[in-house]
Design a protein around this ligand. Sequence first.
Ligand code: PMT
Length: 398
Amino acid sequence: MNRKKRIVLGVSGGIAAFKAASIASQLTQRHYEVRVIMTKSATEFITPLTLQTLSRNPVSIDTFDERNPEVVNHIDLADSADLFLIAPATANLMGKLAHGLADDMLTTTLLATQAPVVLAPAMNVHMYQNPIVEENMTRLRELGYSYIEPGSGQLACGYVGKGRMAEPEEIVEWVENFFLRRQPLRGKKVLITAGPTVEAVDPVRYFTNHSSGKMGYALAQAAQEAGAKVTLISGPVALSVPSGVTRYSVQTAHQMLEKVLEHLPEMDLIIKAAAVADYRPKVVYDQKLKKNAEEMTITLTKNPDIASEVGKRKRSDQVLVGFAAETQNVREHALSKLERKEMDFIVANDVSLEGAGFGVDTNIVTIYDRAGTELSLPLQSKQDLAKQIIEHVGASLI
Ligand code: PMT
């Protein structure tokens, strides 16, 4: 199951506010999480209880009505929205938004959000044609706000003309299409490896590395949000599985190889973010080794290279993305791995840089491909980087 998309439905004060009931109801039935914010004027046209009942969530009206001391309500709603839909959007609401005014719960939340905002205007035809309103709407369009155009016809005020809010069905369809457009990997299958592998010496000791799995898990989440069916093959990490992702837990490089090859035939995209141990102890002792001698020698033997095995076997319609963790000559080593392991892309991180590589929440990478293209992505959270990596490599599948 996909994480439910959260839509903040802003309702401002016009007669079309009554249509917000149908919008809230249809969106909730389609498994969106709907959180309604009303202006005070909107409550003159439709009751908050109606929208609360249909959205199955409390309705916010007053900025200072802070019921949960753990969050600031308007910031929480602003941050958590996947889409901000204003229906109806009155001339007054758009005028305030175009000029950065925030004097109630709805406008305050709108100014704070980074989510895409779509406005469904509704007003009298003469108001709609007023140059001031037109100017405000143009300004908002230029700033990146979208519109669901109003229709023409009989208006509640008695006039006939443009200004009637789009019907709820049209608005709901716009929302559905919006989320479909944002899912470029819909119908694709993605395999991601993450975390370290662990190679036992005896029942209590092992060789491993500092991989926390954060980069791989962020990629799994980003691919899942882009619509893909994601299989995550993970070494031991302390992270929870991103919602909607299927995880297989493994310990050793051999186990990881076996799981990867089992799932390889059905995959469209394979991303190898795991830090696989290149060597393992040649002998794994059944009993705990005793510390008798001053020195001890453990002979290591080479592990299989999973990326190379995938590179050899993959079909021409499958895309293989590797990672390269380097501390020097990053470009040179990365390009050599890209070639040697028959990858389509390699994401190189210089793990000697502060804020990059193992364990930390951020990374700095450059993506190389076989055509010689390079895309450098500066220091940012592993989540933000993962979205860009998925977008970049995912484009080669479409
Ligand atoms: O997990 P985090 O703490 O978030 O850290 C992220 C990371 C640094 C682990 C990640 O960004 C990363 O760089 N992963 C790859 C680490 C690595 O093993 O790099 P490498 O240069 O040694 O290997 C190159 C590629 O071959 C990798 O895709 C690796 O998965 C693969 N490989 C390596 C050895 C092996 N035996 N089998 C492999 O498949």
